[in-house]
Design a protein around this ligand. Structure first.
Ligand code: ADP
Ligand code: DP6
Length: 339
């Protein structure tokens, strides 16, 4: 079968220019309704739709430029060995664009988030790289098209082309042409996120391996796709109503169910640590006293809270040092691409 996304890139590359330096930024995102499980592993096609909030200035900035010294990949100012997994993945992604042509490139990326720690560096990384490659080759791709392309790098990157809330529609087509991000056309200025960093060291399982292993071995996984699809729709409705009292419990339940499917995998995939659970216990106690803040955790030990601005001071007191993000603050979402 022809591949819809590869065809899209091949067609766009017919009018490509020789690469010129181009820098692009993309925000990281946190799934409020999770993507966990693929129906097609090569194309990163999900079993269920998911919905995220982007993290403002937290993300990746990537510069792609022609290179006179062969392919080079740099991360946070340091050159990476050509054989490193990071460099190989980034260059394989660049190959989607340049094909068999000998076009040596420099890929120079900075993450403002810890890499591979469950804070979605893969999402912002591949979304920024897609836009930087597209810009470097002068392609006229729109964001929905770049979202499909970014998906080939990492599923969650599908949602990192936009700020604010983004729904990744699972789609039904075998070739994946209908599986891409769609931004929700609404702002919720009082919406806040707090990141409680428990441990930012690289995690023991990549999301990809943890996800595939859960699908392959967890007897609890069978119940996940339908529940996750229903959660995604209910979460979108709660967002539309700016209804935190409905949204928060749904978001927390969705995250805990995802972690339950992993816990039942054989052997178990465990990202949450004792400290993560201690944060959750402290949150639950504060909630019993009236704090309307709710937790979500991805494939790592760090805990993210969602709440409204009126509770920011209380969250700050409860978790000193938590990083506060106002995802609709125009000062934090100025991510115009620049040359
Ligand atoms: P995370 O929780 O940070 O997303 P993952 O294990 O899911 O962790 O993904 C980390 C991988 O994402 C890295 O090993 C690398 O392949 C890719 N990645 C991270 N940052 C970037 C970046 N800036 N540019 C390209 N790829 C990136
Ligand atoms: C728990 O998008 O990193 O963060 O598609 O294999 O690259 P690949 O996986 P990835 O998985 C993200 C998993 C998650 C949930 C989510 O972001 O929806």
């Amino acid at each position: 079968m022809r591949d819809a996304v590869r065809d899209l890139i091949d067609n766009a590359m017919k009018s490509a220019r020789a690469p010129e330096p181009f820098t692009a930024r993309a925000p990281s995102n946190i799934a409020l309704s999770k993507y966990w499980g693929k129906r097609d592993r090569a194309r990163n096609l999900p079993l269920n739709s998911s919905l995220s909030i982007s993290l403002g200035t937290w993300g990746s900035e990537t510069r792609v430029a022609p290179s006179e010294a062969g392919d080079q990949v740099r991360l946070n100012g340091h050159p990476l060995a050509a054989g490193s997994a990071f460099a190989r993945k980034a260059l394989a992604f660049a190959d989607l664009f340049r094909g068999q042509n000998d076009i040596p490139l420099l890929i120079d990326s900075h993450n403002t988030i810890p890499t591979a720690a469950g804070l979605a560096s893969s999402a912002s990384g591949f979304a920024a790289l897609t836009q930087a490659l597209s810009g470097a080759f002068g392609l006229a791709l729109d964001k929905a098209e770049m979202s499909r392309i970014a998906r080939l790098g990492s599923g969650s990157a599908t949602r990192s082309l936009w700020h604010g809330f983004v729904r990744w529609e699972r789609g039904t087509a075998e070739d994946g042409h209908d599986s891409h991000g769609v931004p929700l056309d609404l702002a919720w200025p009082a919406f806040r996120i707090a990141i409680i960093e428990v441990d930012t060291a690289p995690k023991p399982w990549s999301s990809r391996d943890g996800m595939n292993h859960t699908v392959d071995t967890s007897p609890l996984f069978a119940g996940w796709p339908a529940q996750a699809e229903a959660d995604c729709t209910a979460i979108e409705t709660a967002i539309a109503g700016r209804d935190m009292a409905t949204l928060g419990p749904l978001v927390e339940a969705n995250a805990l169910m995802m972690h339950a499917t992993m816990q039942a995998a054989r052997p178990a995939v465990t990202y949450l640590t004792g400290e993560s659970w201690a944060v959750l216990a402290r949150l639950q106690a504060a909630r019993a006293e009236g704090l309307a803040a709710y937790a979500t955790m991805d494939a790592g030990p760090n805990v993210k809270l969602i709440f409204e601005a009126a509770h920011q001071a209380d969250v700050d007191r409860l978790f000193p040092g938590a990083r506060m993000i106002a995802p609709f603050d125009p000062d934090h979402t100025d991510f115009r691409n620049k040359n």
